[in-house]
Design a protein around this ligand. Sequence first.
Ligand SMILES: [Zn+2]
Length: 312
Amino acid sequence: MAKSLNALRHLARAIIVAVLVLWSPVAALAVVSIVATTTDLKSLAEAVGGGRVSVVALVPPNTDAEEYQPRPHDLNRLKDARLVLRVGVDYDLWLDRLVQQSGNRAIARGGPGYVDCSFGIALLDVRGVQVGPAGGHAHGSGNPHYWLDPVNAEMMTAVILEALVRNDAPNAKYYETQRARFLERLAERVRQWEKTLAVVHGKPLLAYHNTWAYFARRFRLNFVGYIEPRPGLPPRPSQLAALIRVVQSQRVSVIVRQPHEPAASVDFLSAKTGARVVILASSVGAVSAASEYVGLLDYNVRTLAAAFREGL
Ligand SMILES: [Zn+2]
């Protein structure tokens, strides 16, 4: 009896403490409010910021970021933000206008809260080619899908860390520790992923869009072609006929598509050639298994490796 009374007293005390902490204006002020354009940047900011940040992503998963139409509540989110994180490389160009409209000068270009996560990233496919607005997005300034190389997360989190320290110096040590732990965990996974993907080495792959340049370089994957003739352009029937020949002559056994990409041309090629379709995710949240950054990479590695193991 005395024991259970004691336990009740402990519980009551714990509840009171929890309520005080949650309501404390000091605790509320300590949280750095961050707006990220994509779910991937949100996940990385949460990895570094831990319990001291509150992050929202503007573009929902399975939405082309370049095609994104900002909504009224996005403006309110930016008004209150201490930091804004963007992909850059022309992937989220609409952000500049939105930030300007918000009147929040701290997060405008050059401001203390402005973070372009492409800073310091060695970009691929830099050709200076602009493609018309035929749906999807062009890769005019280089391939923007750099977050899909997990080693690039090192530079991306370094830039995020620097911005957090600039805006919340008293917690610098906390952020540094959080990032170091995250990178340690990530490096271990990269080693595992390299082993898992050994089954895919040298095997020819086809994808709908060139989302996979960085992922492929890291894990030595061999994408022999893309269904879009150029980023953002859907294939014409004559181009699909040429792709059938590519799949057959190069013995492509797997065609990669993302959940939001058009299924028709991918399914057509699959039906004509017998190559199997594999759904990979390029953003956190695009499939339920990819609930955070490490999970996103893990899902893609496991799914791709499984497709090849099944095909053996
Ligand atoms: Zn792209």
